[in-house]
Design a protein around this ligand. Structure first.
Ligand code: FES
Length: 84
C-alpha cells in the first residue's frame, strides 16, 4: 500500500473512484464499467481488449480530448470522461 490518497473522476457525470497511478481503463474496469464506446459499423460494444496500447479498442474522450487510449492514459483528479 502506497499511502497515497485515492480520488474520483467523473464518467458521464457519475463519480468513479481511482487509485493513484491507475489508468482510466483500470479505474473503469474496477468500477464495473466494461465498455465505453461502440463500433462505427454494427454498434458493437468496446472497452479494454489488449490492455497494452496495441488494439485501440479502448478509445475514450477525456476532458474534451477524443481518441485517447484508456489503457495507457493515467487518470488525474477532476478528469471528466465521456463515453459514446
Ligand atoms: S485495450 Fe488495446 S489499446 Fe487499449
Amino acid at each position: 500500500m502506497s499511502g497515497a490518497q485515492g480520488f474520483e473522476i467523473l464518467v458521464d457525470g457519475r463519480p468513479v473512484p481511482v487509485e493513484p497511478g491507475q489508468t482510466l481503463g483500470a479505474a473503469l474496469h474496477a468500477a464495473g464499467i466494461r465498455t465505453w464506446r461502440t463500433t462505427r459499423f454494427g454498434g458493437r460494444p468496446r472497452g479494454l481488449f489488449c490492455g497494452i496500447g496495441v488494439c485501440f479498442d479502448c478509445l475514450i474522450t477525456v476532458n474534451g480530448t477524443a481518441n485517447l487510449r484508456a489503457c495507457l492514459t493515467e487518470a488525474h483528479p477532476g478528469d471528466e470522461v465521456t463515453t459514446s
